[in-house]
Design a protein around this ligand. Structure first.
Ligand SMILES: [Zn+2]
Length: 361
């Protein structure tokens, strides 16, 4: 019942039956009572298992270590108390081992992440203070001011996904227009979200007259609502002609979040490029990061820089966010969407810190 326990006492035995069922001699009973008083007066249970809030405290660990040493110095006898004593020892050893291991593993993981996160933020801030070395739309000593059209699906897409691109274009004095294909009326807040887009655009230094939000019956916000690519292409083409746009920026075929409206906007731009093959019209897509890179915040800038340098064909550019505070303030203008999980997304999403643009062929 109690198993075999090593001991140096005259009472040592390998008999597994409990001692209470045996008939000990008078001498043995005397020795047992002496040992019981001396060795098996265990502290109260709360000494070993304090409330959870104290488990991680240093004083609790110190007490455990001291008492563990004390226990190791005692003799072990075959007695119900000795079994409890041993089980407590094993339990203590487990608690101490797992607690220390946990602390070490936690420190080993968190410390490098924090250092890398801080270094990445320094890189972003350094880039914003120095003149950007990105060559996107850089035509040499006298760069041409371009009329650029950013095509998005919903209000807030511009601040949540395209902030590095917008800040870069505005800093280079390009003429940026935004075409938002819906009011984002999935929750019945379309008119409010439309206003929020204008507020966010003002923060991003895009004039209100260069922002257009559609409320087309066939282009309503929502999962599962497919948008017609031909319709999208014709609307975008009309907008490019109105503002003499020769460069379009939009989502890629995954749309960063995988939202079907984002994907349809991409396909609409592709359709336009096919239909207007005779026109000088180029289009760029923002590359969707994979699930790991998407949530490592500024750390992803190193991978984005590396991959864009590996591709020296002029078809891919990495743009760091030149003004993090501005993009954060712009997103905050979307007050109907500015809930805790979007705040977390904006903080931890790599899209806040870096964008990779790829030319649509
Ligand atoms: Zn969207």
């Amino acid at each position: 019942m109690f198993g075999r326990v090593r001991c140096n006492s005259p009472l040592e035995t390998t008999d597994p039956s409990p001692i209470s069922q045996q008939a000990p001699s008078a001498a043995a009973s005397h020795l047992l009572s002496v040992h019981s008083r001396r060795a098996y007066q265990l502290p109260p249970p709360e000494y070993f298992f304090p409330p959870p809030t104290q488990v991680c405290g240093q004083s609790f660990y110190a007490n455990l270590i001291n008492h563990k040493k004390e226990l190791e110095c005692r003799e072990q006898l075959i007695h119900p108390c000795s079994v409890k004593c041993l089980s407590d020892q094993f339990r203590l050893q487990f608690i101490l081992f797992s607690g220390e291991e946990f602390d070490m593993a936690w420190t080993a993981i968190i410390s490098p992440v924090l250092v890398l996160w801080f270094a990445s933020l320094c890189k972003v801030f350094h880039e914003s203070l120095s003149s950007s070395k990105a060559a996107f739309l850089n035509d040499g000593a006298h760069p041409r001011r371009r009329n650029v059209l950013l095509v998005i699906a919903h209000p807030d897409d511009e601040s949540m996904f395209f902030a590095p691109v917008i800040n870069y274009l505005i800093s280079r004095d390009h003429n940026l227009h935004i075409l938002c294909m819906s009011t984002g009326n999935a929750d019945g807040m379309g008119s409010l979200r439309k206003e929020e887009l204008y507020l966010a655009s003002a923060v991003l230094k895009i004039p209100a007259q260069q922002v257009k939000t559609l409320d087309h019956p066939d282009l309503q916000d929502g999962f599962g609502k497919a948008w017609n690519w031909n319709l999208l292409a014709s609307i975008i083409e009309e907008e490019t002609r109105t503002h003499s746009v020769d460069l379009i920026i939009t989502f890629d075929n995954y749309g960063i979040s995988g939202h079907c409206n984002h994907c349809d906007v991409h396909q609409g731009v592709r359709k336009l490029l096919q239909d207007a093959s005779g026109r000088h019209l180029e289009a760029w897509e923002i590359v969707s990061p994979n699930i790991v890179r998407k949530y490592i915040g500024p750390v992803d800038i190193w991978l984005s820089i590396l991959f864009s340098r590996l591709k020296k064909d002029g078809q891919s550019y990495c743009l760091l966010n030149l003004d993090l505070r501005k993009s954060y303030a712009a997103m905050a203008q979307h007050s109907s969407q500015w809930v805790w999980f979007r705040k977390l997304f904006v903080t931890f999403s790599s899209c806040t810190y870096v964008s990779t643009l790829k030319k649509i062929e």
